[in-house]
Design a protein around this ligand. Sequence first.
Ligand SMILES: Cc1cc2nc3c(=O)[nH]c(=O)nc-3n(C[C@H](O)[C@H](O)[C@H](O)COP(=O)(O)O)c2cc1C
Length: 321
Amino acid sequence: MFKTEMTEILGIQHPIQCGTMMALTTSEIIGPIAEAGCLCCFPSASFDTREATLEEVKKIRDLTDKPYGANLNLFPHFGDGPSPEERLDWLIEAGVPIIETSGGNPNPFRENIRSAGIKHIHKVARVRDAVKAEQAGVDMISVVGTECGGHPGLEEVGFIVLIPAVLDVIKTPLIAGGGICDGRTFMAALSLGACGVNIGTRFMNTKEFPIHENFKNKVIENTATETVLAMKTLGNPARVMKTPWTDKIVQMENAGSSIEDLVPLISGMLSREGWLTGEVENGMYSYGQVMGRIHDTPTVKELVDRILAEASERRDCLNRL
Ligand SMILES: Cc1cc2nc3c(=O)[nH]c(=O)nc-3n(C[C@H](O)[C@H](O)[C@H](O)COP(=O)(O)O)c2cc1C
């Protein structure tokens, strides 16, 4: 229905990516997303050995023979864990067809990804990082506006300004994210010049998404104002659902708390548990502003079909203007 450079380059049916979401976007959700004709990447940072990485790819392959990807986080690596270079070797060995890099400069990884015949998306939140990614020669650039869930970057520029600003200075096909949830927002992204969309928050309210029902019900109640940017003082802001817990984090940040004081409240392990046990109020959970536009919990296929049907309707309306 919508054939774009994104569907062509990545070999997927629809120009829609379910954004990488930490430990959540694993085989369980990649299967239904791929079967619905869209892309989803598993976070390679959640699989700390070669064996675990190969096992995850096998699980995905047992669920679908359609394209899928892996996210390779390039954020500076500390401690004893595997380096991004090691993880990339495992992804190449596993035969992953698409890699999305994020959190650092893709240039040092570009040649290995290219020569392995893997399609390469690089994800950014700033114009200048998009320019660098184009200079590195990646196949596609994914750009998220500040309304997105997860890490929107420090500049806080919204989707409607950021996407055309990036397209003014790059030629590489662009995937746009931040606030996409339906056919109208999908068409807005294509109208701005993107060749596809990256959707995070909206996909979390699908039946198959592997988080506790409490979150899905809470999102239906919440409005668009119920997110906050936490961890700004640490230079790595995260847009998260506003709860008593995140209010405390922001208060501590405003009072000048150090990273050592904040660590017990922002630990990724805590939220990883909370997603499964439904501890909505006690933890820090990434969500985008678009949660205010989510009113139900369909299946992945129902959601994708609905977005595409609405988008076609929009396209017809625009053609009649
Ligand atoms: C719960 C959650 C976790 C996320 N984790 C990651 C991540 O690990 N890596 C990444 O590149 N982006 C991450 N993101 C961002 C998403 O991939 C996606 O770009 C973003 O959600 C799109 O904006 P939207 O939420 O408005 O749809 C996360 C987003 C959410 C909501």
